[in-house]
Design a protein around this ligand. Structure first.
Ligand code: TRP
Length: 364
């Protein structure tokens, strides 16, 4: 048994190393050849986006958009019902996510922002894709496994098949680059598997190339920012700073952050996780290294560090917050932006579905 587990462990280690190596090679290539890539990524609209989303992924999306890459940003509204029974105030959450995207600088003239529930042809890809994976493969997916082991809710068909839906999200626009965290790698593996099997089983439209590309993950180089108590950010723990909060609300939350008794501030993530997280937050907010921030605060203690974080973060977020405040006053404009993105995504999805029908001899 231990042997099997070791073997499994080393397989996933090996595949993580392979994914990291591919990601590094792409990172080196994409500044030179942004035109080789179409990137797709997105978020579940479960509430307002926070600074973890911003420093962890939104800033990277902006960088890719600004390199001139063809950029697709998905608001995964159907995914909200994977692990919860109700949708909540979904429409408000979708518009809020959109306001966050536009406020940070995702530009609808260069990036297509859309909601997957509004794209029928994207969803129609799910049916042929489901024919390409087995029940056992789906149950091996770590997120599905975790749900089976740790949830007292019976697993829905939607939850079981969600890696397949994500494959449709990625492949409907033939994206070949998906910026994500390591936890999403198994899902990208399923996407690659589906693309490969589609080619083997249903064939091609153009003999020289498969209908679907092999998508690669672009693993984020951004340091993970934890919540203000030094644990994983979670809205229910009250340890997150939302992009849309005011400077005062931000200051109040940071004041309550956990630190330690040593007044000399250092960057030492292993031994001083809470302090180091605040140091890192000040660093990413101001474009300094964590070591520089720690040195500047010096013997200023927790109070000095918090003052530094508050100033740096509020200054960084001020223009974003001002734009956001303006955007939310005009929901009609937000809806217009979404409709334009949906139109572009629909045109793309219909073209891809036409290829799928041709390959499957269903083009009648
Ligand atoms: N699963 C992602 C999340 O929970 C959202 C998502 C849905 C996504 N479809 C995707 C991300 C496709 C990348 C590619 O945040």
């Amino acid at each position: 048994m231990a042997q099997i587990e070791d073997a499994l462990e080393s397989t996933s280690e090996a595949s993580l190393r392979a994914s990291q190596a591919r990601s590094d090679a792409i990172e080196a290539d994409l500044t030179v050849h942004p035109e080789r890539y179409r990137m797709l990524t997105g978020d579940r609209p479960t509430g307002r986006l926070h600074i973890g989303h911003y420093f962890g992924s939104l800033m990277n999306r902006l960088r890719l958009q600004d390199l001139g890459m063809d950029t697709w940003v998905l608001i995964a509204d159907y995914q909200v019902i994977y692990d919860r029974d109700g949708v909540g105030d979904l429409k408000a959450n979708v518009l809020s996510a959109l306001a966050d995207y536009l406020a940070v600088g995702i530009d609808p003239a260069r990036s297509t922002i859309f909601a997957h529930s509004a794209i029928p042809a994207l969803n129609q890809l799910i049916l042929p894709f489901l024919s390409l994976v087995t029940d056992a493969e789906l149950r091996r997916n770590p997120t599905v496994k975790d749900e089976l082991a740790n949830s007292d809710r019976p697993m829905s068909g939607l939850m079981l098949t969600f890696p397949v839906h994500q494959a449709a999200d990625i492949l409907f626009c033939k994206a070949n680059l998906v910026p994500v965290g390591k936890d999403q790698l198994p899902h990208i593996e399923v996407t690659r598997l589906i693309a490969r099997r589609f080619d083997e089983r249903y064939g091609r439209v153009h003999p020289e190339q498969p209908v679907f590309p092999q998508a690669d993950a672009l693993l984020s180089a951004a340091p993970a920012i934890l919540g203000l108590d030094g644990t994983k950010m979670s809205k229910s723990k009250g340890n997150v700073i939302e992009l849309g909060m005011t400077a005062d609300e931000t200051a109040k939350l940071i004041k309550k952050a956990k630190t330690d008794a040593d007044r000399h501030i250092t960057y030492d993530p292993v031994n001083r996780p809470e302090v180091s997280n605040l140091v890192m937050l000040a660093a990413v907010s101001s474009g300094r290294t964590p070591e520089q921030v720690a040195e500047e605060v010096g013997d200023g203690g927790g109070g000095g560090l918090k003052k530094e974080v508050t100033e740096a973060l509020n200054e960084h977020l001020a223009p974003i917050r001002a734009r956001r405040a303006e955007l939310v006053t005009d929901p009609g404009h937000l809806l217009e932006v979404l409709h334009e993105g949906n139109d572009k995504a629909n045109a793309m999805a219909e073209a891809t579905l036409a290829d799928v029908r041709t390959a499957m001899q269903m083009d009648y």
